[in-house]
Design a protein around this ligand. Structure first.
Ligand code: PHE
Length: 454
C-alpha cells in the first residue's frame, strides 16, 4: 500500500506555485466577506489595529511553524504531529485540526454557494425578472441553498481530485491574479461615488474606546481564519513543499498578501456601504449595529450595483460575485485537502475515494446548515473563533516545548542557509515558545472570565 501513499501525495511544481496556492488558501471569504463585516461590526479602524497586531505577532509566527512542521514530516496534520511526538498525545492536535477543517468547510460551502447564486440573482435582476432574482437572492431558501452548496462542493472535489500540482496549483496560478485585478478595478469605481469619502473616514479613523475583549477575540479568530491557520491547512500545503524553498520568506509573502487583500477589500466594501447610505439605503439598525452581519455583503452591495445601473452595473456586480466565488474556491480546496490528505496518508486511501467520502460527509452537514443558516453563527464561534486559536495555541506549545525550536530551525535552514544568524528567526523562536501562547491564552482566559461574569 505504500506505493499508493507516495503516488497520491505530490509536490508543488514551482516556487511560485506554493506561494500562490497558500495565498489562494488564505485569501477567501474571510477577506472579502468576513473581514469587512467584522470591521463594520466592531467599530472600524479600532478592529483593524487589533487585527493587524494578531496577524503579525501571532499569525505570521504560527504560519512559519505550520509550514515547517509540514515540510519536515511530509505528512497530514495527524501524521505530522505523530511523527514528531514524544508525549503520545500530540496527534490529538492533528485530529482537532481535521475536525475544525471539516466543520468550517461545511458552513464555508453554504456561503460560497450564495456567491454563485448571486451571479444569477444579479443577471435576473438586471434583466427585469424580479421574481427569479428574489428566488436566487433569498438567503433563507433551504432547497436553493442546498443546491448551490452541492454545486460548489462538486467544483471543490473536482479540483482536489486533480491532485497537488495538476489541480490545486494550476487553478490558483490562474485565479489569484484575476481576483486582484477585478478587486482593484472595482475600488477605482466605488471611490468616485458620493458617500465613499465618509466610508474611508470610518474605515481609517480608530476609536480606541471600542477595543475590548469581544473585539480582541473576534480579531484573533479572524486572523487565524483569514491566514488559514490553526487547523493544519498549511501543515498540509507545507508537506508538498520542496526543500529548496525559504519558508520564512514564503510565509511572509503569504501573510502580507492576505493582509493586503483584506485591507483592499475593506477599501471596497466599507465605502460601498456608505455610498449605499448616501443613496438612502439603510445599513445600520436603530441600535447602531449593522443590520445583519452574515448577509451584509449580499444585501448592501447589490443595491449599490443597481444604483450604478445598466450594462456597467451588471458587469461590476457579476465580476464581484464571481471574484468572491473564485476566492472561496481556492480556500475551500485547502480546507478539503486537510481531511483528504489525512485519509490518503493514514488510511491508505486513494485520492479520488478520499475526496468523495470526505466531501460527501461534509456535504451532509453543509446541506443541514443550508436549511438553517442561523447555525453559521454557532459554527463560526466554536470552530473558528475558539477552535482555530486553540489549535494554534497547542501547536505553539508543541513546537516550543516538545519538538523544540532548535529542531525546527534545522528544517528552516533548508532554503534559508543563514537561518541560524537571522534576527528574525531568533525572534520567531521566542515568539513561538513564549509570546504567541501567552497572547492566545490571555485572550481565552479573559473571554472565559467574561462569560462567567455575565
Ligand atoms: N483563509 C480562508 C479565508 O479567508 C478560510 C480558511 C480557513 C481556509 C482555514 C483554510 C483554513 O476565507
Amino acid at each position: 500500500m505504500a506505493t499508493t501513499q507516495t503516488s497520491d501525495r505530490g509536490n508543488w511544481n514551482s516556487k511560485l506555485g506554493f506561494i500562490l496556492a497558500a495565498a489562494g488558501s488564505a485569501v477567501g471569504l474571510g477577506n472579502i466577506w468576513g473581514y469587512p463585516t467584522q470591521v463594520a461590526d466592531n467599530g472600524g479602524a479600532a478592529f483593524i489595529l487589533v487585527y493587524l497586531v494578531c496577524c503579525i505577532l501571532v499569525g505570521l509566527p504560527v504560519m512559519i511553524a505550520e509550514i515547517t512542521i509540514g515540510r519536515k514530516t511530509g505528512k497530514n496534520p495527524v501524521g505530522a504531529f505523530k511523527a514528531l511526538d514524544k508525549t503520545g498525545y500530540a496527534h490529538l492536535i492533528g485530529y482537532w485540526g481535521v475536525l475544525c477543517g471539516f466543520m468550517i468547510l461545511a458552513f464555508y460551502l453554504v456561503i460560497s454557494g450564495w456567491t454563485l447564486a448571486y451571479v444569477f440573482e444579479e443577471i435576473f435582476r438586471f434583466t427585469g425578472n424580479a421574481g427569479y432574482a428574489a428566488w436566487f437572492g433569498d438567503l433563507t431558501n433551504g432547497p436553493k441553498n442546498a443546491a448551490f452548496t452541492v454545486i460548489f462542493l462538486l467544483l471543490t472535489i473536482s479540483i482536489i481530485n486533480g491532485g497537488v500540482s495538476n489541480g490545486i496549483e494550476r487553478a490558483t496560478k490562474f485565479l489569484m491574479p484575476v481576483l486582484l485585478f477585478i478587486l482593484v478595478i472595482m475600488i477605482f469605481y466605488v471611490l468616485r461615488l458620493e458617500g465613499s469619502a465618509e466610508g474611508i473616514r470610518q474605515y481609517l479613523k480608530p476609536d480606541f474606546s471600542l477595543i475590548n475583549i469581544d473585539l480582541t477575540l473576534s480579531a484573533m479568530g479572524q486572523a487565524f481564519f483569514s491566514l488559514s491557520l490553526g487547523m493544519g491547512a498549511l501543515i498540509t500545503y507545507g508537506s508538498y513543499l520542496k526543500r529548496d524553498q525559504n519558508i520564512v520568506e514564503s510565509a511572509t509573502y503569504v501573510t502580507v498578501t492576505d493582509i493586503t487583500i483584506a485591507f483592499t477589500a475593506g477599501m471596497l466594501v466599507i465605502p460601498a456601504m456608505y455610498v449605499a447610505l448616501a443613496q438612502g439605503i439603510t445599513i445600520f439598525g436603530d441600535d447602531g449595529e449593522l443590520i445583519s452581519s452574515v448577509s451584509l455583503v449580499f444585501t448592501v452591495l447589490p443595491q449599490l450595483f443597481e444604483n450604478i445601473g445598466g450594462a456597467l452595473g451588471l458587469t461590476i456586480s457579476i465580476s464581484f460575485f464571481l471574484l468572491l466565488a473564485l476566492a472561496a474556491l481556492t480556500s475551500a480546496i485547502s480546507l478539503l485537502e486537510v481531511p483528504v490528505s489525512y485519509m490518503i496518508d493514514e488510511h491508505n486511501m486513494r485520492r479520488k475515494n478520499a475526496s468523495w467520502v470526505i466531501g460527501g460527509s461534509i456535504g451532509v452537514v453543509a446541506v443541514i446548515i443550508s436549511f438553517d443558516i442561523n447555525l453559521i453563527d454557532y459554527f463560526v464561534y466554536i470552530f473558528n473563533e475558539i477552535g482555530l486559536p486553540l489549535g494554534g495555541l497547542m501547536l505553539c506549545l508543541f513546537l516550543g516545548w516538545v519538538w523544540k525550536t532548535e529542531n525546527a530551525v534545522v528544517e528552516i535552514k533548508h532554503g534559508f542557509e543563514n537561518a541560524d544568524n537571522s534576527v528574525f528567526v531568533k525572534l520567531w523562536r521566542i515568539f513561538i515558545k513564549y509570546i504567541c501562547p501567552v497572547l492566545i491564552a490571555i485572550v481565552f482566559i479573559t473571554t472565559v472570565l467574561d462569560i462567567i461574569r455575565s
